[in-house]
Design a protein around this ligand. Structure first.
Ligand SMILES: Nc1ncnc2c1ncn2[C@@H]1O[C@H](COP(=O)(O)OP(=O)(O)O)[C@@H](O)[C@H]1O
Ligand SMILES: [Mg+2]
Length: 289
């Protein structure tokens, strides 16, 4: 391993703690020795997807999960979301076992799942409206998030009148409106063109720096991970294990121009690509076997 990639200790202490003055005895998210397999239809055996995965997210931390396609990134996110249950180990949010989906854990998918017959505002405030909250309780927050994602002037438009980036911004506002403790994001910018993706990354980190929501963000784009994250976690090829963790050293706010001019960026990127390439080669071997 080269000198640039130093694995961080798992139990990084309270220096990510951004809720000043509150006592927090638990990490925001604790993933402890998690195993997950899926039955394979038509085959006798089952497929081990995650093996002994342990990971902690501190309050307000931005963690990017990198790994080859099929290594179990979405599965891990779905476990934290509570859409799936582990076969072994456990998952905790603020010290409480995760037993199903909950409003303290918001999710953003690669394809923004907006209702086409609702306006942008109706999509954004859909959750609290369906939960029977009074408009007075969420209208100001809806305004704030529409403004933060740059859609204040498009509140009465319908999704089909928006570009892909705008639709994803609406989905982001909707996920953030209930002010979840953690946002789970599964390759949310993967379908966008490079320019739009960069604008979305800047928008996301801008809002995150205000809100300090904990974020677990899945990507297979190394540049994106280094631009966004406090910490990058690389999963091995299937079954997914934590292959490497690294702290991202760049100050915030970050600009991509400054990042690419920083020699540490090139060195980190090269080292991560090397690890990913090793893992991709392993998964090819296991397919051939
Ligand atoms: N609900 C499921 N049922 C059966 N197999 C699944 C299910 N979800 C994921 N898998 C399998 O688990 C493996 C990991 O999938 P996934 O977590 O989506 O990987 P990634 O997001 O890293 O590309 C894949 O082989 C996939 O086919
Ligand atoms: Mg996935």
């Amino acid at each position: 391993m080269s000198a640039h990639l130093h694995t961080t200790t798992r139990s990084s202490g309270g220096h990510h703690d951004r809720d000043h003055g509150h006592s927090q005895s638990h990490s925001r998210i604790q993933i402890q020795g998690v195993h997950k397999h899926f039955a394979q239809p038509g085959k006798g055996d089952s497929q081990q997807v995650l093996s002994d995965v342990s990971l902690e997210l501190q309050h307000g931390e931005f963690v990017c999960l990198l790994g080859a396609s099929g290594c179990g990134k979405s599965t891990l996110l779905n476990l934290v979301a509570g859409f799936e249950q582990p076969d072994g180990g456990r998952l905790l949010c603020d010290g409480r076992p995760i037993t199903g989906p909950g409003p303290e854990r918001g999710m953003v998918f690669q394809q923004p799942t907006l209702f086409p017959w609702l306006t942008v505002r109706q999509n954004v405030d859909f959750g609290p409206r369906m939960a029977g909250q009074r408009a007075a309780d969420y209208a100001a927050r809806a305004d704030e998030f529409l403004r933060l994602v740059g859609l204040a002037d498009f509140a009465d438009h319908h999704p089909w009148q928006l570009s892909g980036g705008m639709r994803q911004r609406a989905a982001l506002a909707r996920a953030w409106l209930p002010e979840p403790e953690i946002l789970l994001m599964d390759e949310p910018f993967g379908a966008l063109d490079a320019q739009t993706r960069l604008a979305m990354q800047e928008l996301l980190t801008g809002i995150w720096q205000q809100k300090r929501t904990t974020i677990l963000f899945v990507t297979h784009d190394v540049d994106e991970a280094l631009f966004l994250a406090d910490r990058v976690v690389i999963l091995s090829s299937r079954p997914g294990r934590i292959r490497q963790e690294l702290q991202v050293p760049f100050e915030r706010p970050r600009s991509f121009e400054d990042l690419v001019a920083d020699p540490r960026f090139g060195a980190l990127k090269r080292d991560i690509l090397h690890v990913l390439r090793e893992e991709a080669a392993k998964s090819l071997q296991s397919v051939a076997a």
